[in-house]
Design a protein around this ligand. Structure first.
Ligand SMILES: C[S@@+](CC[C@H](N)C(=O)[O-])C[C@H]1O[C@@H](n2cnc3c(N)ncnc32)[C@H](O)[C@@H]1O
Length: 351
């Protein structure tokens, strides 16, 4: 039986068959106050509730960063605040965490949640910014660097699950994909004038999609008509379906094309390069950095930067190989399957 909503009585929204008319009708777990217990039910099915985010490799991140009371942290990708909440517990009392995010919608909600959990401005500071500007964050609060930095790259489940943001091919919505909707061009705008060869390169480089050539061709032929997630999904399906010969490979091509466009729209790899360039001087002596990567473009950049940092003496040590989510976590949270966690540490004597 479904949980009855609490609060003032309103006529129950009637579902129309299996296709609710709006996102809010479908995802009752987004309204946890009116539908208590809905989140637990969804989690029990092994899924991530819409509007929620299961933080990945939390134990592994804590083991690597080894946070202590009184220490300082930058969480460069605050998201739902799951990692931050654990880090805040570990650095209390006396520590301070700066939570960065470029998403104005989600950062406001997460700040409110962490404040409600008892973290005042002395221990938690929310900073709406692109982490590409990490170098310009300091000095902040009288300090020139922090003891730890975490970056959990990509987008959160909340962003993906909201069709209005245009990240998902599973529901129709405007083809936006901007983490910061106040700036830059949407995916629909990008598709309006990108040359076919550049589009092909982008899909190939940012998602390793083997059918990048035909996908770029069809998206170019349909230029001007692809302004919704459904239009993009249908175009990719049309391009690859007969060639790849299976629904599984067709869906992979759709997922990869969405990923490639998202990376391009948000300049994700350039932002990562800037973060990695600024990182050593933003860490205190003995400082630790942990970065959760989700595709080869991210992992190779982080690996290279850490390796060069060790060679130049900017770091004292780094991960010998990427840490993966445990088999249990991969089973319970499929989004963790592609995670690769890399770390670097500055020597105690380094500034
Ligand atoms: C995977 S989620 C982080 C989830 C978080 N670790 C948690 O436990 O809830 C990534 C978040 O980083 C943000 N983000 C991605 N790239 C960013 C950038 N260049 N600058 C600032 N925030 C960014 C996204 O908006 C998103 O909220």
């Amino acid at each position: 039986m479904e949980d009855e909503p609490i609060g003032p009585h309103k006529r129950r929204v009637r579902y129309k068959g299996t296709h609710p008319r709006s996102f809010s009708e479908k995802y009752k777990e987004l309204d946890s106050e009116r539908y208590p217990g809905e989140i637990e039910k969804v989690k029990a099915r092994g899924a991530t509730p819409a509007g929620d985010h299961l933080s990945i490799c939390v134990g592994e991140v804590l083991e690597i960063l080894d946070p202590r009371p009184g220490e300082s942290v930058v969480d460069a990708t605050l998201g739902h605040g799951g990692h931050s909440a654990e880090l805040l517990k570990a650095i209390s009392p006396g520590g301070r965490l700066y939570g960065l995010d470029r998403d104005p919608v989600e950062i406001a909600k997460t700040e409110a949640r962490l404040r409600a959990a008892g973290y005042g401005p002395e221990s938690f500071v929310a900073v709406r910014m692109n982490f590409s500007e990490l170098g310009s964050l300091f000095p902040i609060g009288g300090i020139d660097g922090v003891d730890m930095l975490l970056a959990d790259l990509g987008v959160s489940s909340m962003q993906i699950d909201d069709p209005e943001r245009g990240f998902t091919f599973k529901h129709d919505g405007p083809l936006d994909m901007r983490m910061d909707p106040d700036g830059g061009r949407s995916a629909a705008e990008l598709l309006l004038d990108i040359p076919e060869a550049a589009l092909r390169e982008l899909i190939d480089e940012y998602s390793d999609e083997p059918e990048a050539r035909v996908i770029a061709r069809v998206l170019t032929q349909r230029r001007g008509t692809i302004d919704t997630t459904a239009a993009l999904r249908n175009a990719v399906r049309y391009a690859v379906e007969d060639r790849v010969g299976s629904e599984d490979l067709t869906r992979k091509a759709i997922r990869r094309t969405f990923q490639a466009l998202r990376i391009a729209v948000n300049g994700e790899l350039d932002a990562l390069d800037s973060l990695l360039a600024a990182l050593p001087r933003c860490l205190n002596p003995g400082g630790r950095a942990a970065i959760l990567c989700f595709h080869s473009g991210e992992e190779s950049r982080v690996e290279r930067s850490f390796r060069e940092g060790v060679a130049s003496g900017a770091y004292g040590s780094m991960s010998s190989e990427a840490v993966r989510a445990s088999p249990g976590e991969r089973r319970d949270n499929p989004r963790s399957s592609s995670a690769r966690l890399l770390w670097a540490r500055k020597s105690l004597g380094d500034r």
